[in-house]
Design a protein around this ligand. Structure first.
Ligand SMILES: Cc1ncc(COP(=O)(O)O)c(C=O)c1O
Length: 367
């Protein structure tokens, strides 16, 4: 049996989608076609926000969110080091400085460590809902309110995740999502979404993603080109129809892994859960001992795995130049050495999930 980490050709094997794409080549409304606004409306509904806005990528969403909230040179932004590089990259691109706070057992920012990291320059908190599991937003928002900080949610991996039924992306000042092909809700290239309840912020962003234009010929300010292509909005709208099914299947796969991998011996630590936090399993991340040999054992049995992420951001070259060093974030660094992402995608069969789990159990000499 072979288990691939992902199966994109199967996800996009959708004749209805291909027909819709072909139809776009008849109208050729490639830029800001009607599908963009239609998808934005559906996305806002899904996230329970007043507004949603399509942009060019999740990275742009983060960058524009920081810019529109006035984050720039001289400011610090609290975030995490175990994320995709774009989280910190967007902070630096906005001209601010990332300040990394260690994570808790759930792989997300540890709220009890945030206040110690605040300075007079702190302007924002940028929690990441890593793996599709919501960061502890109730606690983060309390801290933000107390200190007058803005909160931008990096929900790139977490479409559909929720706390007490409230969707992520609707808690902070802005929510930022990625539609990258590897995400649960994905398109045929790059794409991103932003969510907010604040009309003024939304109207400003609408101009910011389109050169600062207020009409066809006049700008209010100089800005960028970060529009969501009509083609990608169209693809996203089709994929959205399947999102509930995608999420349900991923959660089901995760439940089966939980059952088969839980062990009193602690060779495998399954992803921690919090009551009332709905996780959508963009990734299913376990912690293991002897990871290198386990990866090789799984590969020999034709099982593909990944590590998200082997090098924490604070140990990347430009952060070392800022003064970050090994030992600064003990929990993040410990996790980076032990985490392993198992295949979790929606097209896995129950037999495949069972095969992965049993191959791991065999490696540790369990039956
Ligand atoms: C946590 C996180 N933040 C930001 C991004 C950036 O999104 P994009 O690739 O759409 O620019 C990603 C995904 O790639 C991500 O996983």
């Amino acid at each position: 049996m072979e288990v691939k980490y992902l199966d994109l050709p199967q996800q996009f094997d959708d004749p209805e989608l291909i027909r819709a794409v072909a139809d776009l080549f008849k109208t050729c409304q490639f830029i800001m076609g009607p599908e963009v606004a239609r998808f934005e409306e559906k996305f806002a509904e899904l996230c329970g926000t007043r507004f949603a806005l399509g942009v060019n990528s999740g990275t742009d969403a983060l960058f524009l969110a920081l810019k529109v909230l006035g984050v720039g040179p001289g400011h610090e932004v609290i975030t995490v080091s175990n994320s995709f590089i774009a989280t910190a990259g967007a902070i630096v691109a906005a001209g601010a400085r990332p300040v990394f706070v260690d994570v808790a057992q759930d792989y997300n920012i540890n709220p009890t460590l945030i206040e110690a990291a605040l300075t007079s320059r702190t302007k924002a908190i940028l929690p990441v809902h890593l793996t599709g599991n919501p960061a502890n937003l109730p606690k983060i928002l309390d801290i933000a309110r107390k200190h007058g900080l803005v909160v931008v949610e990096d929900a790139a991996q977490a479409i559909g995740a929720a706390i007490n039924g409230q969707p992520v992306g609707s808690f902070g000042h802005l929510g930022c999502f990625s539609l990258h092909p590897l995400k649960n809700l994905n398109v045929a290239g790059d794409g991103g979404m932003m969510t907010t309840n604040e009309e003024e912020v939304y109207l400003q962003l609408k101009k910011m993603r389109n050169h600062g234009l207020k009409n066809r010929d006049e700008i209010d300010f100089f800005a960028y080109n970060s529009r969501l292509d009509t083609l990608q909005a169209l693809v996203a709208a089709h994929r959205l129809k399947r999102l509930d099914q995608i999420t349900a299947q991923r959660r089901k796969n995760a439940g089966l892994y939980d059952e088969l991998l839980s062990s009193p011996e602690d060779e495998v630590i399954i992803p921690p859960r919090r009551p009332n936090f709905t996780q959508v399993f963009h990734t299913y991340v376990i912690q293991v001992r002897d990871r290198g040999n386990l990866i090789r054992h799984l590969a020999a049995k034709r099982i593909e795995t990944k590590v998200h992420y082997p090098i924490p951001i604070h140990l990347q070259a430009p952060c070392r130049q800022m003064g970050w060093k090994p030992g600064d974030l003990p929990e993040t660094e410990k996790q980076a050495a032990h985490i392993l992402s198992l295949p979790i995608h929606q097209h896995l069969t129950l037999e495949q999930v069972g095969y992965v789990a049993h191959t791991i159990r065999d490696f540790y000499g369990r039956r």
